[in-house]
Design a protein around this ligand. Sequence first.
Ligand SMILES: [Zn+2]
Ligand SMILES: [Zn+2]
Length: 344
Amino acid sequence: MKNILILILSIFTLSLVGCETMSNGKHRMKGERGKKHDRGKGGKHEGKKGKRETVSSVCNGKSDLSKVPDNYLSAMIKYTKLNQEYLIYVCTEDSDGDGNPEFIVVESTGRPEHKSVYYDSSNKYYEDYDYTTNIHKFAAVYEDQTPRRAGRNTIEEQTLILKMPVTPTSAVDKTKTDFGAMGIALNGVSLFNENAAPGDEITDELFTFDQCSGHPENRGTYHYHVDPVCLIQKLGGKVNEVSKTDSGTTYNWLEDSGDNAGLLLGFLMDGFPVYGPIGNGEKDCKANAVPAIDEYNGHLHCTADFSSGSYHYHVKTATQGGKNDPVFWITNNYFYGEPGLIGQ
Ligand SMILES: [Zn+2]
Ligand SMILES: [Zn+2]
């Protein structure tokens, strides 16, 4: 009897110790995360300019596509279907309650479901990466820049709320794109413009990109400035696996095949879609030639997602943009349309 009592007591004590360790561990993690969050919030406050505002959730953790206009529907469904874990919600906002929504809303936590060296090593998407690869990957813009990690930045969960006008229009007075998220890719990741963080050069920053050509800024917002090769691959686009051996080390990376111009990648806040790089030439949805790219880095023609035609941007590869090309990256300094907003 005494033995049984001792056994029960020791199991109880053991489980208490176990609990304590677990809850301590959890607490420590929470504390660390909390701190990062506080820091992030401070940064967000300072960055509250222009169209980036603190907005409350509209979708509240579920998608409702019942009022999404027909011409947007197939594209918006793609947002809700792509991610398996870091879910993306799409809904509409009808702020004056007249039954006609003003905005299509996309809500995401901004975390890619693809590998990245910028994830915490405990995350299943973490994969190591040799930044030296970027010297070869971005050889066209390499001028002795240092391939390196983007400081101590890691990918953090965000609250991204994109509000796009339901009827996007060409703006008479174009609005400049700001540093920060200007759109959301179909996998919930932020799309940034051609500007680096203040004080940096984008042609230096791209040597901090991960294996999927993205990186996080200091608040942990992961983003793409150029063609997102891993997303393109995930969406069924064709990318090439390239390798190069230099001084006995073999470097491997993914490169756009040049055949992804018809692949929808996401939307900017003006409600206009973003497509893959022009690459080897583009045909419209009826296999006709397409108009030239304008000064805002886009043009108007029909696509598989917009059969009656839509203005759209084409993301550039770092090589296509490059240091000598004035039309750079995703946009060329300005939104083509009247921007809605992105809240963080
Ligand atoms: Zn960046
Ligand atoms: Zn096009």
